[in-house]
Design a protein around this ligand. Structure first.
Ligand SMILES: Nc1ncnc2c1ncn2[C@@H]1O[C@H](COP(=O)(O)OP(=O)(O)OP(=O)(O)O)[C@@H](O)[C@H]1O
Ligand SMILES: [Mg+2]
Length: 491
């Protein structure tokens, strides 16, 4: 069978930096072709070249056997190439329906056909099994809801090649499963699919073929069935090691005490975290687990309740007030809440930690010390490229996430609160992040990890709270922490 899409020797350089080097691959109609690789391996660059966002430096793209050149994304769209990019492209002031139909807005007599627009949006959302108000302003929605909008947009109209770059990164189990079902169905109808994900079980579940990139180079293409170990080895260039780090140890006094906390999405939550402890927070999307973390961080106001850090009531419940009180928060959305994109990355890493980390001399910022500290931490988290003077914007998604984690770890916080710490992070770096979380707890801090990944929570937590409908529904410790026990408390 001739290929729907074929890449021949595709390369892409950014100045002297070669992000993609001589990559060739084929995607057949009706086939799910997964692309895996470490953070910075070149996956998103490949996708952007296929979607008309980056012009390749050399090489050829053939679609339906004919060479194509995209000078703009619309040319790719016209051929039936639909892409969900890793970064969200949501117009915050527009409604859900407007966002979903963006680029294919139905019109009647030259005017927007609002009724059809809303009907189309509703239809595609219901295919995804998502209950979203199509008139809601997109900017007010959570990251996972915005991600669903992006996915919905790609399903409008006739796709011939569907490209998904980490589409489930901020989705929970049930939404992810639903998306995989749709992908499978579309492939069954003859659509070719390129699927980028760091979630191994998804790839093993859905892919017919898996291509692995490393440092911009094509290292392997496997046909299913393929084992996880072989893929990890191809990705990181050595056999897979231990993924989860968890050293149970003695715990100290309570460092975070929350009593009867209520806020938008949070009802009467009480919990405690001790020094030396990793406490997981499990819950489905919309359960309120992220809202709980955001309220603790001072990002959304509490209606009532008390929060003690290190036994002391905290003053102003703003993000900086909470930081001063000793609570460091790690957002799941690196772009919205995290990095200064158009400055050297190390500045983002040391941001806010200057005073506490001994990086000032005579009241001035000691730039050399600042850079050195940032470099140390980024090395521990295997940041790539390791040159921290590059602008944050130029790093791959997973590497931006690692930089945010490095920034938090630089702070001598009493409590660290992570919201989905390993979303979009490759397997090798995940192990580094878990090791850092473990050693932060063993160093005497309290750690809270909010996560949709149950295996992760089971792997690293001393205790787990389960959240459903904004309430804490249960607490599990040690051997009680099983997937079944957690899931039972979801409903
Ligand atoms: N516009 C750009 N200018 C300079 N370098 C870039 C640019 N875009 C990407 N890069 C670099 O190209 C490399 C590949 O990035 P890419 O985003 O393709 O990685 P990725 O495999 O998608 O990683 P992740 O899993 O973290 O999303 C990275 O080292 C990145 O820093
Ligand atoms: Mg990427």
């Amino acid at each position: 069978m001739s290929a729907l899409l074929e890449l021949r020797g595709l390369s892409k350089a950014f100045g002297p930096f070669i992000a993609l080097s001589d990559v060739s691959l084929k995607v057949l109609a009706g086939q799910v072709h997964a692309v895996m690789g470490e953070n910075g391996a070149g996956k998103s660059t490949l996708i952007k070249a296929l979607s008309g966002l980056h012009a390749p430096s050399s090489g050829e793209i053939l679609f339906d056997g004919r060479p194509v050149r995209f000078d703009s994304p619309t040319q790719a769209t016209d051929l039936g190439i639909r892409t969900v990019f890793q970064e969200l492209h949501i117009a915050p002031h527009m409604s859900v329906a407007e966002n979903i139909t963006l680029g294919s807005t139905p019109t009647v007599a030259g005017l927007i056909d609002r009724r059809r627009m809303r009907d189309e949006a509703r239809a595609v959302l219901s295919r995804l099994g998502v209950d979203l108000d199509v008139d809601a302003r997109a900017g007010r929605l959570s990251r996972s809801e915005q991600q669903l909008i992006e996915i919905a947009r790609s399903l409008i109209g006739e796709a011939r090649l569907l490209i998904l770059d980490e589409p489930t990164a901020s989705l929970g189990e049930s939404e992810s499963r639903r998306l995989l079902d749709i992908v499978r169905r579309l492939a069954g109808e003859g659509v070719g699919v390129i699927y980028v994900s760091h979630r191994m079980h998804e790839v093993l579940d859905i892919a017919d073929v898996v291509t692995v990139l490393r440092d911009g180079v094509h290292v392997a293409t496997h046909t299913a069935p393929v084992g996880a170990d072989a893929l990890v080895e191809a990705m990181i260039g050595r056999p897979a090691g231990q993924l989860y780090a968890h050293t149970p140890g003695a715990t100290g006094p309570a460092v975070l005490e929350v009593a009867n906390l209520s806020a938008v999405g949070v009802h009467d939550a009480s919990l405690v975290v001790h020094a030396g402890e990793v406490v997981g927070i499990a819950g489905l999307i919309g359960s309120g687990k992220s809202e709980l973390a955001r309220t603790l961080a001072g990002l959304q106001p509490a209606r009532s309740g008390t929060v003690l850090i290190g036994g002391k009531p905290c003053g102003a419940r703003t993000i900086s007030g909470m930081l001063k009180a000793g609570l460091m928060y790690y957002p799941s959305d690196r772009r919205r809440e995290g990095l200064v994109l158009r400055r050297p990355l190390y500045e983002s890493v040391t941001l806010g930690a200057l005073g506490s980390a001994g990086l000032t001399r005579f009241g001035l910022i000691d730039r050399r010390a600042e850079r050195r500290r940032a470099e140390e931490l980024t090395e521990r988290l295997a940041l790539r490229p390791a040159d921290v003077t590059r602008h944050a914007l130029l790093y791959s998604g997973g590497n931006q996430q690692k930089a945010l984690i490095a920034r938090g770890l630089l702070r001598q916080a009493v409590v660290h609160v992570f919201d989905e710490p390993t979303v979009g992070i490759d397997v090798g770096a995940k192990a580094d992040v878990y090791a850092q979380i473990d050693s932060t707890a063993r160093g005497g801090a309290g750690v809270v990890v909010v996560s949709s990944d149950l295996t992760e929570l089971i792997g690293i937590s001393d205790r787990v709270y389960v959240v459903a409908e904004g309430r804490i529904r249960g607490e599990l410790r040690g051997d009680e922490i099983t997937e079944q026990a957690i899931a039972e408390r979801f409903f």
